[in-house]
Design a protein around this ligand. Structure first.
Ligand code: FPP
Length: 242
């Protein structure tokens, strides 16, 4: 395994799990089989994040744009979500993992919603890795939500426009205090050779380091994950200073 520096371990890693479809095409199997393999890869990365002492892991599982895909693919992804939470819930609890969702998932299929709610409830008091699943998530959408709530508070006279600062906006995001409270990710990884942010964590990623892996997500292993973290650790982060 790669030599990693414990003191430079990121606290929060966010991942755009891209390439399930291409993986399936390469193998000549249905796209949903690619997502299934992606789910298994995700499981290993959750376990490994915990082992590495990472405190927050956020994965982009379903974007606000993903509804445009075929019914078969969309329902396949939600069925996988149920499989994942039901099959692995006990293990998540044993490993002290706390599951949270970034996004409004009220409109996802009923069985997926219930399984997810149970998982969130049963893992709520866990103090180990916080595993954020971005589901029906869009960064512009979350910024709009935050701005709307700020405007409502200003209109009600609870807030002066001059008092609006970064903290006010951050609070209304899914990673804000009232939802899945998480610090900004130091590292954002995207797999499959694509180098875009695709409406993921636009606000929170302002100072994140980006690492791109050529592996298709189902082929992304804990070894490759460690290489991405090592690449992050080799960077010189200056936050706009010198
Ligand atoms: C991107 O690959 C992947 C997704 C849109 C879905 C990610 C879903 C999983 C990993 C399934 C398991 C998730 C949970 C939470 C149980 P793509 O389909 O865009 O790949 P392509 O660009 O090669 O077509």
């Amino acid at each position: 395994m790669t030599e990693l520096i414990k003191e430079l371990m990121p606290q929060h890693v966010a991942i755009i799990m891209d390439g399930n479809g291409r993986w399936a095409k390469k193998k000549g199997v249905p796209r949903v089989a690619g997502h299934r393999a992606g789910m298994e890869a995700m499981k290993k990365i959750v376990d490994h994040s915990d082992k590495l002492g990472i405190k927050y892991l956020t994965v982009y599982a379903f974007s606000t744009e993903n509804w445009k895909r075929s019914m078969e693919e969309v329902s396949g992804i939600f069925k996988l979500l149920v499989t994942f939470v039901n099959r692995d819930l006990r293990e998540l609890i044993e490993n002290n993992v706390c599951v949270k969702v970034l996004g409004d998932y009220s409109m996802i299929p009923k069985d997926s919603k219930e399984a997810l709610e149970k998982t969130i409830h049963d893992t709520a008091d866990n103090t180990g890795l916080q595993f954020n699943i971005a589901l029906n998530y869009g960064a512009r959408d979350e910024i709009i939500r935050s701005v709307k709530s700020i405007a409502a508070r200003a209109k009600a006279g609870e807030l002066e426009p001059e008092d609006i600062d970064e903290e006010t906006i951050a609070r209304g995001l899914w990673t804000g205090e009232e939802h899945a409270f998480s610090p900004d990710p130091e590292l954002i990884i995207r797999t499959s050779g694509e180098e875009r942010l695709s409406n993921f964590l636009l606000w929170q990623g302002a100072y994140s380091e980006f690492v791109f892996s050529d592996e298709l997500w189902p082929d992304f292993t804990p070894e490759e994950y460690e290489k991405c973290i090592a690449e992050y650790q080799s960077r010189d982060r200056r936050f706009g200073g010198r």
